[in-house]
Design a protein around this ligand. Sequence first.
Ligand SMILES: [Zn+2]
Length: 201
Amino acid sequence: MDPVTGQWLAGPTSKPGGAGPGRETPEEQEGLADAEKVNRKVPVIPYVEDTRNILVVKLAEPVERDTAVTLQYALERGIEAEFQLEDSELDTEELPPYEGPRERLLFVESAEGGAGVLRRLQAEPEALARAARKALEIAHFDQLGRDRGAEKQNGDPCEKGCYDCLLSFGNQRHHRAIDRNLVAELLQAFAGGSVGESTPA
Ligand SMILES: [Zn+2]
């Protein structure tokens, strides 16, 4: 930037079509004065700071990636439904290791300050169980873990996932990993049910 006039100056350009770090495309430089011709100039690096509530859920044992990814979205849906949040208010991200089994899930409240729901999940003993019960229901399981995906009220039976349960436009890149059958037992465990209990056919 030219500190005398306050005008942005054209910096080093990148090749057409690709902007690299600190470089601008020729289109971005259109109308900017040439930095080479200005005596006084200061570099300006824009950045943002952000404060958000996060919650890291650590499982007792690592699970396969597809299971972890499915569990993330199932719990996100369950939390949103149980605590009346919009889909945009809560987000979930993968944490490393990005390959192979993992044990941690990250939840992020989208708005600065947030709705405080992650704090409730941490502080209230029943909150996570409530969210998990809701998640089971959303994923077409009853509270005994029995699959109700074939008896869906609307549309086709649900196998691994559908837009009524765990799939959304926001998690499109994970659609191949998402399989609701992988998380029924885990959700039951979170919900306070016993794991591995045989269910009536
Ligand atoms: Zn479904």
